[in-house]
Design a protein around this ligand. Structure first.
Ligand SMILES: Cc1ncc(COP(=O)(O)O)c(C=O)c1O
Length: 413
């Protein structure tokens, strides 16, 4: 009852805002750029969770602290600075440390002066990359299900997305269908999210080789989103597609510190690419954001210099959270896809007989007190039997969420 009241009051506020806006006299129409995509469903579900007091397993961010070394360093940097603009492409020491870290994990060296730019998260990295690669009328191949930003990134850069379905059971792709999409006239690039949100899929080397062969055959760029590069569960293993023969020069890698160091609010990400591509990306970055926060770059240097033990502990921690959450779902008798990487689980809600997964997620938040994301927001195809949970949460949060989910069948069937 309380949940419904709070949600209703949120809706009332929104309605009064709309009424207020409608009192303005008509003006020239605004840009039509935003007409072809909706507001983020993921971020909307966070607002629903907050309005209902639900446990937020929708938008993926941890409810635990970043490493203590980072918190301590942040306090020091408050006094020592820097507090003014860093170089627009990123602070020199940060880029040098990133170059070393990247070489350590992928074996590829990116020149800190000419082949990287530090961005406001991978979100900016993807957007400025897409704007640098695409002209109006170009096409971009995207696997479906996909992280919802890619549609907006593509459309805002004037291009049109072409979706290639992944099998919703095991998230594999059909190489012939992929080739049919990649060879269409006007296709400029393919977006590869690996490890993949929302499916939790980690592409195998063999799958990446198929993608790489086609990208070379049809002369396409591969724009990667590798923000979950360090959250992969054994025996799966992350392969950077840029390391495959012929791919270094056509891969534009976007990634971030958000997930690897539990600092989603610091907004630190980066793009790695060959110099001619980077020259375009740098210009758009400069004129959109100038640069990423300089005190946070100085602080996050500490993270880039962490040893292998940090990443082993991170994997162990995420494996532990995955076991609590997926073990709990299994005990409750729910069907879900076992993630190979990332911190997402897609749960099958067919047994509840809902026609709309959006409605299911609203009811789940209101009646059960757990927020998830409707799966349809990730799929181009009409898939509405899946919802996405994330498990980057403290043990007690996950256990409480599972306790609440125990009443799901009783409250929603
Ligand atoms: C696949 C993917 N890419 C990018 C982002 C956003 O990353 P950042 O915080 O670096 O902007 C997210 C966040 O959930 C994500 O899941």
């Amino acid at each position: 009852m309380l949940f419904i009241c709070i949600l209703n009051s949120e809706i009332r506020i929104l309605t009064s805002e709309i009424q207020h806006l409608s009192t303005f006299s008509p003006m020239k129409p605004l840009s039509n750029r935003t007409e072809h995509f909706t507001e983020s469903v993921i971020r909307h579900m966070t607002r629903v969770a907050n309005a209902c007091g639900a446990i937020n397993l929708s938008q993926g961010f941890p409810d635990f602290d970043p490493p203590k070394a980072l918190q301590d360093r942040l306090a020091e940097v408050a006094h020592t600075g820097p507090h003014q603009y860093a170089l627009t492409i990123g602070a020199q020491n940060f880029r040098e440390a990133l170059s070393k870290k990247q070489e350590h994990f992928s074996g590829l060296r990116y020149d800190p002066q000419t082949e990287m730019v530090i961005t406001c998260g991978s979100t900016e990295a993807m957007m400025i990359t897409m704007m640098s690669v695409c002209n109006p009328g170009d096409k971009v191949v995207i696997f479906s299900p996909f992280y919802e930003n890619y549609t907006a990134d593509t459309i805002l850069s004037g291009a049109t997305p072409i979706y290639v379905p992944l099998d919703p059971h095991d998230f594999t792709f059909d190489a012939n269908v992929l080739e049919d999409a990649m060879k269409q006239p006007g296709v400029k690039a393919l977006v590869l999210c690996n490890p993949s949100n929302p499916s939790g899929k980690v592409f195998t080397r063999e799958e990446l080789q198929i993608i790489a062969d086609l990208a070379i055959k049809y002369d396409l760029y591969v724009i990667t989103d590798e923000v979950y590069e360090h959250i992969v569960f054994a025996p799966h293993h992350h392969t950077y597609i840029a390391t495959l023969p012929g791919m270094r020069e056509r891969t534009i890698e976007c990634s971030s510190l958000s997930k690897s160091y539990s600092i989603t609010g610091w907004r630190l990400g980066y793009v790695l690419a060959a110099e001619p591509i980077m020259n375009c990306i740098k210009k758009i970055h400069d004129f959109t954001v100038v640069g990423a926060a300089s005190p946070l770059q100085e602080t996050a240097l500490t993270a880039l210099n962490f040893g292998d033990d940090y990443y082993q502990e991170l994997q162990a921690h995420y494996t532990h959270m995955k076991e609590i959450f997926t073990g709990g779902l299994r005990n409750l008798g729910f069907k879900f896809t076992e993630p190979q990487g990332t911190y997402f689980v897609m749960m099958d809600i067919s047994e509840f007989g809902y026609k709309s997964d959006d409605q299911f997620c609203i009811d789940l938040a209101q009646k059960v007190g757990v927020a998830a994301v409707p799966g349809s927001s990730f799929f181009r195809e009409p898939v509405n039997h899946l919802i996405r949970f994330h498990f980057a949460k403290k043990d007690e949060t996950l256990i409480e969420a599972l306790n609440r989910l125990e009443s799901l069948r009783q409250k929603m069937k």
